[in-house]
Design a protein around this ligand. Structure first.
Ligand SMILES: [Fe+2]
Length: 396
């Protein structure tokens, strides 16, 4: 694991290091930013995988003392932010390091900002009587990413559940962009097959949904288009291999980079996969990546007529030879390829969670008012949502 093989990128104040074993850079990088004692925000699975112990030792070897908060769970709760912040204050920590996926990163974002900003984290969302604005800064913030999915490291969002109203809330702040991102694909070796598939489909949905949002169709942006198509290409090329052989470094690196690129797409918006899938998570506790993946081919099919040429590009990025095909034919080939990918990595289907088709009608109306649906290529009305959910349920 040679340092010379690491790739270092600096954008503004944010540094990103990509490479095999790059987590070894954490101690030096965190010490260089003057942090004396870091709060490591993580979950028990990442601790059990041994990553946290190694990183903790690495920090200590560079003079950075550290305390571990391993109370994060999937879909983090507001109380985890409060617990982490309490520990940080009690222990006098002056920096926050997330070692984990989106849940740990989102919790770490919130903790680092709540150190200096007044009130409670849930007062910084839309779902509060009096909404606070961010007035102060945050503690130094670092991410060692252990999943290839949410791309949270590249977004100004943290999704935290408000336990009082039992609702996932989006917290947004420029403060949430970190000082350092480590993309060391060896940290993702321990991601099991179920989560590899789930996270991979979150990435693919961010990229395809993002590439075909209304705004980008009407006002193309070369920057976003390039990010999205590369993320689609890497996922199409490497998700199966990462799923089949967990220690395949190249495949894992492709997926980690794909998730990072797709994470940058989040600021372009996401469409109906994310807009509608919320219902599956809310009522059936479907993991986020699975829920968006289940709907992805049907949302693609529904959206296709809005921009057949964009769906041709999606097909090409997925490695399909589209010579001789019309744009619509190529788009349908892309849909078929996504369905094949679902089968190959054994992503569950809607009918694995919802037993009877009629249950869909319990949440159809509720699924419509969602900002992601408003960004979608085509209007998501009742009939559209019905077609997407029913088609996905029937595996059509
Ligand atoms: Fe997502």
């Amino acid at each position: 694991m040679s340092k010379s093989r690491w790739s270092v990128m600096q954008i503004g104040k944010m540094k990103e290091i990509i490479g095999e074993g790059a987590a070894e850079a954490l101690g030096e990088e965190i010490a260089a930013r003057g942090v004396k004692k870091a709060l490591i925000v993580t979950d028990d699975g990442v601790v059990a995988a041994g990553h946290v112990a190694r990183i903790s030792e690495n920090l200590k070897a560079h003079g950075v003392d550290n305390v571990i908060y391993d109370g994060v769970r999937t879909d983090p709760l507001d109380e985890m932010v409060r617990e982490g912040l309490k520990l940080l204050n009690e222990q006098g920590c002056d920096g926050v390091l997330a070692v984990g996926g989106g849940s740990s990163m989102d919790t770490a974002k919130a903790i680092s900002a709540m150190k200096y900003n007044e009130g409670d984290i849930m007062e910084y969302t839309r779902h509060t009587e009096v909404r606070r604005g961010w007035k102060a800064g945050r503690l130094p913030l670092f991410f060692a990413v252990t999943t290839a999915g949410t791309g949270s490291q590249q977004s100004p969002y943290a999704v935290i559940t408000n336990t009082k109203i039992n609702r996932k809330c989006n917290v947004t702040s420029e403060l949430f962009y970190p000082d350092l991102i480590i993309l060391d694909a060896t940290l993702t070796y321990t991601l099991n097959q179920k989560w590899t598939a789930s996270c991979g489909f979150d990435t693919l949905a961010h990229a395809i949904d993002g590439y075909t949002v209304k705004q980008l169709i009407c006002v193309p942006n070369d920057y976003y288009d390039t990010l999205a198509l590369k993320a689609i290409e890497l996922t199409g090329k490497s998700l199966r291999q990462a799923y089949a052989i967990p220690q395949n470094y190249e495949a894992r690196k492709d997926m980690l980079v794909a998730s990072d690129l797709a994470g940058l797409m989040l600021s372009a918006g996401t469409g109906a996969t994310h807009g509608l899938a919320n219902m599956l998570s809310k009522y059936y506790h479907v993991p986020h990546g699975e829920s968006v993946g289940m709907l992805l081919p049907y949302v693609m099919e529904y959206n296709m007529i809005a921009s057949p040429e964009r769906f041709r590009k999606v097909a090409e990025a997925l490695g399909i030879d589209t010579a001789g095909m019309t744009d619509m034919e190529a788009g349908h080939a892309a849909v078929d390829e996504v369905k094949q990918l679902i089968r190959d990595v054994h992503l569950p289907y809607v009918c694995d969670y919802i037993k009877e088709e009629k249950e869909i009608y319990n949440f159809l109306e509720e699924s419509l008012p969602n900002t992601c649906n408003y960004a979608n290529a085509r209007e998501i009305n009742y009939e559209a949502a019905e077609w997407i959910f029913v088609s996905a349920f029937r595996k059509e």
